[in-house]
Design a protein around this ligand. Structure first.
Ligand SMILES: [Mn+2]
Length: 427
């Protein structure tokens, strides 16, 4: 379904006076800050939506239908991301997963996406599942496999994904490997690393000159004893050995409990090796919950390091890194969940932009630990929702995307158009 401009305008009109009051209060509270410059950064900031997050997710115990009207093909997935982008103007890209989303006619898909103002973010390969009819199996790994024929199949798949991405105007490949082992002794760690590295080198050689390769790490699952790209150190080893076009990708849920992710992103940025970011939230493991739903302070602290580190390198916040949501929605309407995630990301970004950097540096130099904490928590505890809403308003999007989505009964329309029992490809 499409949302018309007049529907957004009508919604914004109905909230206008309350919003203006809140925004004016905020402006006077932050009158020492160039608020227009902050709004411009918020308008420019875009977070890619993965094609696999538009349907209901499941766990290994099962999958429950939550709403109906799920997209059943790539065109409908693009339509859903277009709907999100119309509502919030912050979801201007889609990230495809091959082979779940192989475009039959790339030019047609490209122009469909462009019609919604969407670009194609990183393309994602899949060597964590066997596809029907595959001659060899990934049961014991893909790029790390002891059998050269399995490695070859996985390498060729990744090169095929690059070709699909080139046709769509994508500029990066994300490689996440399920490779690892479930039991001690199952793998020779060094051989698994070396096989993986030489396989990645073959894929790297097929990258177009203006492309990036993101090497995503994950501490455990589906393998439970070792993972061959298990943490940021291992990812950085691969990225450094591969070359300038290879970067580490940080997924918030892919760490052991209590890892200091803000420190990880700071050091990766320092090394010029942070390439992309996957947002989600978790309480225990890779829970893939709505971003900001469990640990909003951690999200802010990460953004604080991202902004500080990118500014130190003179990087453009909007284009310097690949930003994407990587979550799964078991009990919520996927589109509502994504709207909540984007809102949380934009608020954390806004909070990070408002940190008084000069005062923080001075407090750090004076070892004034109390002041350091006060400076960070001052912005974290400030309500910046009106600032984020103002950025949306300026960009022609909705002051309250979730409320508009609900009042227009978008899910009901999608069910009418697509049916109740549709199932999207994905996790
Ligand atoms: Mn991820």
């Amino acid at each position: 379904m499409n949302i018309e401009k007049n529907q957004i305008a009508q919604h914004n009109d109905s909230l206008s006076s309350t919003h203006q009051q809140r925004f004016n209060n905020l402006k006077s509270e932050w009158s020492h800050i160039d608020i227009e410059a902050i709004i411009k950064k918020l308008v420019d900031f875009q977070i890619a939506i993965p094609s696999w997050a538009l349907g209901t997710g499941g766990t290994r115990f099962g999958r429950f239908a939550t709403g109906g009207g799920e997209p059943t093909n790539l065109e409908q997935k693009i339509e859903d991301v277009g709907l999100l982008h119309a509502l919030n103007n912050s979801s201007g890209a889609i990230s495809l997963h091959i082979p779940w989303d192989i475009p039959q006619n790339p030019d047609q898909i490209k122009s469909l996406a462009a019609g919604y103002g969407l670009k194609f973010d990183a393309v994602n390969s899949n060597t964590f599942q066997d596809q029907p009819g595959s001659p060899v199996s990934y049961k014991f790994g893909s790029l790390q496999h002891v059998d050269k024929a399995v490695r070859k199949q996985a390498i060729e798949h990744n090169i095929e994904v690059i070709k699909q991405g080139v046709a769509l105007g994508s500029e990066s490949l994300t490689v996440w490997l399920a490779d690892g082992s479930c039991f001690p002794g199952q793998l020779n760690f060094r051989q698994a690393f070396e096989n993986t590295l030489s396989s990645l080198q073959e894929i790297y050689a097929a990258l177009p000159s203006d492309w990036k390769m993101f090497v995503e790490y994950k501490a455990y699952e589906p393998n439970f004893y070792s993972t061959t790209v298990g943490d940021w150190g291992q990812s950085l080893l691969y990225a450094n050995k591969l070359g300038d076009k290879a970067y580490t990708l940080v997924d918030l849920g892919h760490h052991l409990p209590n890892a200091n992710i803000e420190q990880i992103v700071s050091l990766l940025l320092m090394e010029g090796k942070l390439g992309g970011f996957h947002f989600n939230d978790s309480k225990y493991g890779d829970d893939d919950l709505t971003t900001g739903s469990i640990k909003p302070y951690q999200l802010f602290l990460i953004f604080n390091e991202l902004v500080e580190g990118m500014d130190a390198k003179g990087m453009d916040h909007a284009t310097g890194l690949g930003w994407m949501i990587d979550a799964s929605h078991n009990v919520k309407d996927p589109l509502e969940d994504l709207l909540q995630s984007i809102e949380a990301i934009m608020i954390a970004y806004a909070q990070a932009l408002l940190v008084d950097r000069k005062a923080l540096v001075a407090a750090q130099q004076n070892n004034d630990v109390v002041a350091c904490q006060e400076i960070l928590q001052h912005t974290f505890r400030s309500d910046l929702r009106a600032l984020v809403a103002e950025a949306r308003l300026r960009a022609g999007a909705a002051l309250s995307p979730l409320n508009l989505y609900r009042s227009l009964a978008c899910r009901k329309t999608l069910i009418q158009q697509r049916g109740q029992n549709t199932v999207a490809t994905g996790l």
